[in-house]
Design a protein around this ligand. Structure first.
Ligand code: ZN
Length: 515
């Protein structure tokens, strides 16, 4: 009797689950130029994996019995890319193969962005594990979601002390369940109405668990510097590392001011606050039309006119979603205004009457000089801010676009530096200490790509065109993309904050924002 109980315990124990990966055939990746992800230049070497780990890196390694050899001659071999700001929270349900992510070389996603996450976090984690996607997912706990749970429909005001105490308990629960950090979206409801003090109080909780605070800041346009200062202040007061989400200077009056923002980051770092920014490589954003009017005075024609002038005019606004009339999708405000014979500011008011203020638009509002300044800065890391079901090409090509356009064609920064911004620095920022480097003992998340051809192809008109140049991708020791084709392997996992326990029940889902 005792023996059978012992056997059952052994069979059900986590130890048993941990042993499973050793049945994965080892890989020998031969003949490539290996970039370890730390910013060091590439070296010719072979890489051996066993189970879900990298076990050997060296010159001319002989193939072992039963090992699968992957020919990487002429190709670059790097740690799998970590997308630190992605909106595919639920998109993998319908596509566990995650092709648009693997084709970019992405092996881990951080979701729960811009203040919006699933709660309880434990249920989300369990759901991902049950789903068996091709790639790994981690999540932040969303400040907006927590605020929504506590304040309900009555959210257009500061929270009371009691409400903040309950929100703190929910953030603590999320961190205990394995969330990596706390995210906020202060341009969106209900985060818009939070005070700095409320955010500091919640960030202090995430800090106690070794988490970080990431923020879609209050204003990405005329007042972006003020908004970055608030994020830095929260980091300083709550003693927590800060990540400014999808850094941008997105209106004409602040074009050229990205270096001034980056100087704020440098000053904060000198002052002892850990600040990074994440960034995606496009001059156009995707969000709701209402972010063009910071004070939400939606009936005010003059304010819409000013908002449109400041992003360069109505021709810069492409409709990405419009429920009452999907035929408008893909047209610019300028084109629609001409067809309807109204001026663009009046048109926006009409469209808001038809669809409400949160219909989706893709707005070209950034300039290349600011993009390059942000990319080059040592405190920035790469994200897509995309979704594999999104209307913005960033969800399908952000990482190849950095390596093709900005590294190979424009020489904005060396390949090894760009790779560090997609791997080791991202892993360090979000606290995934066993990933992001190609080194013995690290998890075998690996991308093999051709630096001579890698690039994106999506456009605002045809966003989901697949990128080129990524040949093979390994997740947790298994080939998930081979010769550019998705395989049947689904080795992805929910990645919990590393000392978090597992379990839980009952899930509520929420929508996601973007920008
Ligand atoms: Zn955002």
């Amino acid at each position: 009797m005792r023996r059978s109980i012992l056997l059952a315990v052994l069979l059900l124990s986590p130890l048993h689950a941990q042993q499973a990966p050793s049945s994965i055939p080892g890989l020998l990746i031969r003949g490539g130029t290996v970039y370890d992800g730390t910013g060091q230049p590439g070296l010719r070497a072979d890489v051996r994996t066993r189970g879900d780990l990298i076990v050997e890196i060296g010159a001319s390694l002989p193939a072992g019995a039963g090992e699968r050899v992957v020919d990487a001659s002429g190709l670059a071999v790097a740690p799998g890319f970590i997308d630190v700001h992605n909106h595919s929270d639920h998109a993998l349900d319908a596509e566990t193969g995650a092709a648009p992510l693997l084709q970019q070389g992405i092996t881990t996603l951080l979701v729960g962005q811009d203040g919006s996450s699933d709660l309880p976090v434990a249920s989300f984690m369990d759901r991902i594990d049950a789903l068996h996607p091709a790639i790994n997912l981690a999540t932040s706990v969303g400040h907006g979601t927590v605020r929504q749970v506590v304040l309900g429909a009555d959210y257009k005001r500061p929270a009371t002390e009691t409400e903040i105490a309950v929100m703190k308990a929910l953030v603590e629960r999320g961190m205990r369940d394995g969330a990596l950090g706390l995210s906020s979206g202060l341009e969106y409801d209900p985060g818009f109405y939070a005070t700095t003090a409320e955010l500091v109080a919640l960030a202090e909780v995430a800090a106690r668990f070794g988490g970080f605070y990431s923020s879609h800041v209050r204003d990405e346009e005329n007042e972006f510097l003020k908004a970055w200062r608030e994020a830095i202040e929260i980091g300083k007061r709550a003693h927590i590392p800060v990540e400014i989400s999808h850094m941008k200077a997105a209106s004409r009056p602040v074009w050229g001011q990205a270096p001034a923002g980056l100087a704020l980051v440098d000053a904060a770092v000198r002052d002892g606050v850990s600040v990074v920014g994440d960034w995606y490589p496009y001059t156009y954003w995707h969000s709701s039309i209402y972010v063009l009017i910071p004070d939400r005075d939606f009936e005010n024609r003059q304010k819409w006119q000013l908002g449109l002038d400041e992003i360069g005019g109505a021709s810069h606004v492409l409709i990405a979603s419009f429920k009452p009339d999907p035929s408008l999708v893909g047209k610019t405000l300028d084109q629609i205004a001409q067809a309807r014979r109204v001026d663009p500011a009046q048109l926006v008011i009409d469209l808001v009457h038809e669809a409400g203020p949160d219909f989706g638009v893709i707005v070209t509002a950034m300039i290349e000089d600011d993009l390059r300044a942000i990319l080059k800065h040592p405190r920035t890391i790469i994200c897509s801010d995309g979704s594999i079901t999104g209307r913005h090409p960033r969800g399908y090509g952000a990482f190849p676009r950095v390596l093709g356009r900005y590294v190979r064609e424009e020489h904005v920064l060396p390949l090894e530096e760009a790779l560090a911004k997609m791997t080791s620095r991202s892993a360090r920022q979000i606290g995934l200490h066993d990933r992001g480097e190609l080194a013995v003992g690290k998890k075998a998340d690996i991308v093999i790509f051709d630096p001579a051809t890698i690039g994106d192809r999506g456009t605002p008109e045809d966003p989901s065109l697949a990128p080129v140049g990524v040949e093979d991708v390994v997740v947790n020791g298994e080939l998930v993309l081979s010769g550019g084709q998705v395989t049947a392997a689904r080795p992805g996992r929910a990645l919990r904050r590393q000392d978090a326990p597992r379990p839980a029940a009952g899930s509520t889902s929420h929508g996601t924002n973007g920008s």
